[in-house]
Design a protein around this ligand. Structure first.
Ligand SMILES: [Zn+2]
Length: 286
């Protein structure tokens, strides 16, 4: 799933390539992906792209006249910039990976795609960002938050730190992959309870958050959009590395189920060498 660094890089890419271009048309191939009816997709025709930015994990393409195309890429969504499109015929609604296409006046443009059969990509064409449900609830940006803000937000919600860190209303931008990396860098158990963290642990977690996200943004910027996914994977130390050695201590990276997915961690670095119990499983057994 694209998280803060990837979405930041996609916004950066759009700023370089699309800003200043006029929209030829916005085409919708996956009708269900567009969550708004008013204004209609034709409203962007002829408008200039004036900016591209990020709100948490949401991508925001800003057109003149205060119109925004806001996109949540969900688990398998991505943006592909095209120097040219093979045909001028409009997209046909169908089952392919392309959800939306934006054609620009120089013949280039971009597709918003979604792999797989679970279609969760959500796009909103709005004049007021606060009307996008997920955006209105976003907490402060995880990369931009200073220590007092970070500490206050983290402690505002009592729970396992893994869940609180990925709660977009607490802090925005961090998902499953980077939370694994941040907790590993901070040497914290993903199941540590937020209100029992010491000030020192919170400060370490804050520093790790900025370091992991900042490094990932730096790696991603300047990459071609198509290569961003691979770059993310190569920078990870524990996430999606179950069974492989921890690059810090050499212990074997382990996995445990969490929420509707799983998390990865290093026992030596994070849990005093003890493997975490699978809570979902033990609850079933009991
Ligand atoms: Zn380790």
């Amino acid at each position: 799933m694209p998280e803060l660094p990837e979405v930041e890089a996609l916004a950066g890419y759009l700023r370089q390539r699309a800003v200043g271009r006029r929209v030829d048309r916005l085409e919708i191939a996956a009708i269900s992906a567009l969550k708004t009816y008013e204004p209609a997709p034709t409203a962007v025709t002829g408008l200039t792209v004036v900016d591209a930015s990020r709100h948490g994990k949401f991508l925001d393409v800003h057109f003149e006249g205060d119109l925004h195309l806001v996109v949540h890429l969900a688990r398998a969504g991505w943006l592909h910039y095209r120097e040219a499109f093979p045909a001028t015929t409009p997209l046909r609604p169908g089952k392919g990976p392309i959800a939306l296409r934006v054609r620009l006046d120089d013949g280039s443009g971009f597709d918003l795609t979604e792999a797989g059969t679970q279609k969760k990509l959500a796009a909103y064409l709005v004049t007021d960002l606060a009307t996008v449900p997920g955006v209105a609830k976003l907490g402060p940006d995880a990369l931009a938050a200073d220590l007092p803000t970070f500490a206050e937000r983290l402690r505002s919600r009592r729970g396992q730190v893994k869940g609180v860190l990925t709660d977009q209303s607490v802090l925005s931008g961090v998902g499953n992959a980077y939370s694994d990396e941040i907790l590993h860098a901070a040497k914290l158990s993903p199941f540590a309870i937020t209100d029992r963290l010491t000030d020192g642990q919170v400060a370490t977690l804050h520093a790790a958050t900025r370091q992991i996200l900042g490094d990932a943004v730096e790696r991603s910027l300047g990459q071609r959009a198509a290569e961003l996914k691979g770059e993310k994977r190569s920078g990870l130390k524990v996430h999606a590395r179950t069974g492989l050695p921890c690059p810090v201590c050499g212990d074997t990276v382990r996995e445990v189920s969490f929420a509707d997915s799983s998390l990865q961690y290093c026992p030596t670095c994070q849990t005093g060498g003890k493997p975490l119990a699978d809570r979902r499983l033990s609850r079933l057994v009991r």
